[in-house]
Design a protein around this ligand. Structure first.
Ligand SMILES: *Cc1c(COP(=O)(O)O)cnc(C)c1O
Length: 390
């Protein structure tokens, strides 16, 4: 039955096992441990001879509902939910890497992912090479005999560059490495990396999966062996578990994911097109514009273009800050993937830790503004941005 369901049905129905109370909405199980009928049952569960709950660091019914629903949406065998998006990325690193391994990572990834690899994983003798996301030759050239993992985010933050997931998976597999995709910007509603050959998908559930900026969470999706065993093992011993309260929020978020992503995309497309007509706007980055360098790839690989639009205003930092400060309701915050439109100046916030040279290499200009287009009326969003562009 479940194998035949469409995305919208899975997003609402997958994963929930009703208890004998007959609850219609998924129950929250706020319990740290679970009770056994006998000492023998306890022993059998601990020995992994029979399935069942032991302790909420490992399994919790509400968290399991979320894991099974997201696994169904991504088309993966296993899902491990974590306390944040970074915890998901850390769990993958600890689960599949060992000392002496090498990682090739896109230069255009979430800033903290760069810090995790560069400042922390290197302490455990895991080396890393950063490459330009869209340059497949650079990926291939960066591979060493000990390369175990390729890591990319597509579309990337904040310039929405896109990499061909299938081509990157081929490169990884030719060299016996795994491809990990951070699917934060598209979500499975718009892009399913596992179907395109990626081995593991990671999520910051904090963003679009929740969709209303309420809770931190993350997830890893993939096969039974690497995710179900290796990454789950890190959760069990490392303790980066998701709370059942948060799992419930994300379950509710998944139910409206498809229609929200569609609405975010419609607003973002309209905003991007409007921005291209503004005199003070020098550049607009959005995969749905035919001028976007990977527009054709985006059409092939994604079923929508997402909700993030970035643009450069003439006049550098001063002009960009003016646009941001002139808004009346757009939220000046670094978060994204919310019903509320958020506006960010990457050069002095999310990418402020980079050196000016690194920023230049990554295309993070002083005049760049990133908008996570929310679900307010597009007319009002445009008017709010027009104030500082006039
Ligand atoms: C926010 C984000 C993360 C990290 O998620 P947290 O829940 O904040 O830890 C990872 N990747 C991307 C693309 C993100 O936007």
């Amino acid at each position: 039955m479940i194998n035949e369901w469409d995305f919208a049905t899975l997003a609402i129905r997958a994963g929930h096992e009703r208890t004998e109370e007959g609850e219609h909405s998924e129950a929250i199980f706020p319990t740290s441990s679970f009770v056994f009928k006998s000492a023998a049952e306890a022993a059998a569960r601990f020995a992994n001879e029979v399935p069942g709950n032991i302790y909420s660091r490992m399994t919790n019914p509400t968290v399991r509902y979320f894991q099974e629903r997201l696994a169904a949406l991504e088309g993966g065998e296993s899902c491990v939910a974590t306390s944040s998006g970074m915890a998901a990325i850390l769990a993958v690193m600890l689960g599949v890497l060992k000392a002496g391994d090498h990682v090739v990572c896109s230069r255009s990834v979430f800033g903290t992912t760069t810090v995790l690899l560069q400042n922390y994983m290197t302490r455990f003798n895991v080396s890393v090479t950063f490459v330009n996301l869209t340059n497949l030759e650079a990926w291939e050239q960066a591979i060493q005999p000990n390369t175990r993992l390729l890591f990319a985010e597509t579309p990337a933050n904040p310039l929405t560059e896109i990499v061909d997931i299938r081509a990157l998976a081929d490169i990884a597999h030719r060299h016996n490495a795994l491809l990990v995709i951070d699917n934060c910007f598209c979500t499975p509603a718009l892009q399913r990396p596992l179907e395109l050959g990626a081995d593991i998908v990671v999520h910051a559930a904090t963003k679009y999966l929740d969709g209303q900026g309420r809770a931190l969470g993350g997830a890893v999706v993939g096969d039974k062996e690497r995710v179900g065993k290796d990454v789950f093992g890190v959760l069990r011993s490392g303790g980066v578990a998701m709370s059942p309260f948060n799992a419930w929020i994300f379950l509710k978020g998944l139910e409206t994911l498809a229609i929200r992503m569609k609405a975010h995309g419609e607003n973002a497309q309209a905003l991007a097109e409007w921005l291209t007509t503004q005199n003070k706007v020098a550049k607009v980055y959005y995969p749905g514009l035919s001028t976007h360098p990977q527009h054709e790839l985006a059409k092939r690989q994604q079923s929508g273009f997402g909700g993030i639009v970035s643009f450069v205003v003439q006049g550098g930092r001063e002009a960009a800050w003016k646009v941001i400060d002139a808004t009346e309701f757009c939220s000046i915050t670094a978060n994204l993937g919310d019903t509320k439109t958020t506006i960010t100046h990457p050069a002095t916030t999310t990418h402020g830790r980079l050196t000016p040279e690194q920023r230049e290499l990554s295309g993070i200009e002083e005049g760049l503004i990133r908008v996570s287009v929310g679900l307010e009326s597009i007319r009002d969003i445009q008017n709010d941005l027009a104030r500082g562009l006039g």
